[in-house]
Design a binder for this molecule. Sequence first.
Ligand code: SAM
Ligand code: DTB
Ligand code: SF4
Length: 342
Amino acid sequence: MNALTNPSSDNALDTRHDWKVQEIEALFEKPFMELVFEAAHTHRLYHDPNEVQLSQLISIKTGGCAEDCGYCSQSSKHAKTTGLKAEKLMEVERVLDAAKKAKEGGATRYCMGAAWTSPKDRDMDSLLAMVKGVKDLGLESCMTLGMLNQAQTAQLADAGLDYYNHNVDTSEEFYGEIITTRSYQERLDTLELVRENGINVCSGGIVGMGEKRRDRAGMLKTLANLPVHPDSVPINMLVAVPGTPLEHVKKMDPFEFVRTIAVARLLMPKAEVRLSAGRQEMSEECQALCFMAGASSIFYGDQLLTTPNPENNKDLALMQKLGMHAQAPKEAQGCKRQTAAE
Ligand code: SAM
Ligand code: DTB
Ligand code: SF4
């Protein structure tokens, strides 16, 4: 029986927060066509399948990070081998100039990323000015700054931050192979603070780091079993940055990537599932399959944080070939609104 032949299954999938990893593995194990078909069906219940939400990234504070995430070009632990130089926090005006260009290019959400364990209180005034400035431009605002404390989260919420990105990255079991300087629980604690302060949660992870399918299922289990499904779920394919410990990890089968998108869609039907890092090396056909399997969003613009992303023209041409269009700008919605996912 599948989602179409079982009339109760849509609702059953919709509201669940009690997934067991074996159940999720069973979804991964379905015949590819059946899995993609079911995910495409679920996708159509809540999303326009021809629409793509465009989020643009900027690195507002690059490099010199004290954490040791094995995939990351910005950890100071890998600086000798990556050659990446640490920079200071960008000036507010430069960030807003770039945001204006992103809007002119067609992005509707602007995601500001900082290579920090957590923000310092002395940086908060600049960060809050960035949030307000981005919202004044009519863009949705998103930040990813590492771990937050209650006071910082409340300040960001009061400034009107729409989304906070904080990824669980992988399964709890595999996590220690990739990151040793902060715990899985600390990540979940930050997500809880963000949710409690009324900021929309953006949380996903990375695949292609040498993890097993069970870990991909475990990562999605963590996300789907949060008290509220994340509003946005970025699924990153590892960008194997030279000089990082994961530089030589074996590339993942693109069909397994599509399966991961499909399962994310089935578990979190209303979320924005974002086809995130890794598109530069992904074929157009693979990206099209991801859209079929329920991806509803991309990172747009020729740069991610420190690595390249497809140029706007290339993405617009792909969307045109597929008969897809960009999501219209929403009224920049303040925080504390009803979340999209529940
Ligand atoms: N420092 C903050 C943190 O880690 O929470 C924010 C920025 S961090 C770069 C945001 C996310 O980008 C990471 O959690 C990870 O999921 C993703 N990411 C970083 N480097 C990546 C890479 N080489 N390939 C794919 N995803 C990556
Ligand atoms: C997310 O999940 N992926 C983005 C964003 N959130 C911050 C970052 C991708 C980074 C890819 C590697 C780089 O450019 O440094
Ligand atoms: Fe630092 Fe974030 Fe990179 Fe980890 S992923 S090293 S926390 S910038």
